[in-house]
Design a protein around this ligand. Structure first.
Ligand code: GDP
Length: 284
């Protein structure tokens, strides 16, 4: 799904998150494990204020595991509980419930001490488009969708999904807009396929990808394309990859736009391995 973000859309999205916030105990902020910073919208802090939050690094199956561990530690040092999951794997999602219980443990203890019966935790998912919100909701839902009758503030079209006894999830996720005022952030979102909008042309994306890989994952570049570092000017590297893969036009010249597409596709399809594009070091 491609969403063009205009001020009106942003205001509406913000309003929806704000309204649903009243119904829940905790917000699940879904982020892309390959882009733990670039796939967040810092505005969420203003929107959710003091509401408890769990950070969920989704698509962890596609990210660099070492970096994922460091990011979890980074977020926890900042006071946010974080878990890494793959939403395509229902079993691993059990960790989400457990983590939510941890975040709310104190509050639930206080309730228990007051003699209140513990109830299921109510949660909502928020995140930028394409981060995996629907996938996660569907996997968690299985068949346990409960019709909401008379819950205050819940519109008829909204439902709570029961996830075991411990968790109830609002079936409509909150959509945040990606923030790509910073060119690098936009490039990272685009090269991973986290956003589908053509905010950059393929050649620029491929060049961005190659430069990124040379800096952070030179070995992968070597293994995939048999190159030691990039050429200056970069066209030499394109020539090399084009010849290696035999990407030529009918006259025999290298088809550079096809080479660009190949590089970007290789990155998105994990042919260069599991990659993380935000490095903790750059944010400390
Ligand atoms: P939404 O826009 O946030 O609701 O995102 P979707 O749920 O539609 O997911 C976008 C794409 O990411 C789909 O192609 C999903 O199959 C894929 N996806 C979602 N979660 C994961 C995950 O944990 N791992 C992988 N590899 N793909 C995922």
């Amino acid at each position: 799904m491609t969403i063009q973000w205009f001020p009106g859309h942003m205001a509406k999205a913000r309003r929806q998150v704000t309204e649903n916030l009243k119904l829940v105990d905790i917000v699940f902020e879904l982020i892309d494990a390959r882009l733990p910073m670039s796939s967040r919208n810092p505005m969420l802090d203003d929107i959710i204020h003091q509401k408890k939050r769990l950070l969920i690094l989704n698509k962890a199956d596609m990210a660099d595991e070492t970096q994922t561990k460091r990011w979890i530690q980074f977020f926890e040092e900042k006071g946010h509980k974080a878990v890494a999951v793959n939403s395509l794997d229902s079993k691993g999602l059990k960790r989400v419930t457990k983590a939510a219980e941890d975040v709310l443990a104190e509050k639930w203890d206080r309730m228990r001490k007051k003699g209140l019966k513990p109830r299921a935790i109510r949660a909502m998912i928020v995140g930028i488009p394409n981060v995996g919100k629907s996938t996660m909701i569907n996997r968690l839902a299985k068949k346990n969708i409960a019709r909401t009758g008379n819950m205050p503030g819940v519109t008829k079209s909204q439902q709570w999904i029961k996830v075991g006894k411990e968790l109830e999830l609002l079936d409509t996720p909150g959509i945040l807009w990606p923030k790509f005022e910073d060119q690098r952030v936009g490039a990272k979102l685009a090269v991973t396929g986290a956003i589908k909008d053509a905010i950059m042309n393929m050649d620029d994306l491929a060049i961005f990808g190659l430069n990124f890989l040379e800096t952070y994952y030179p070995q992968r570049l070597h293994e995939r394309y048999q190159i030691e570092g990039l050429t200056d000017p970069i066209v030499g590297t394109f020539d090399h990859i084009g010849k290696l893969r035999n990407i030529k036009m009918s006259g025999g010249d290298i088809d550079y736009s096809m080479v660009s597409e190949l590089i970007v596709r290789d990155i998105r399809n994990e042919h260069l391995g599991k990659l993380t594009f935000d490095f903790v070091e750059d944010y400390e």
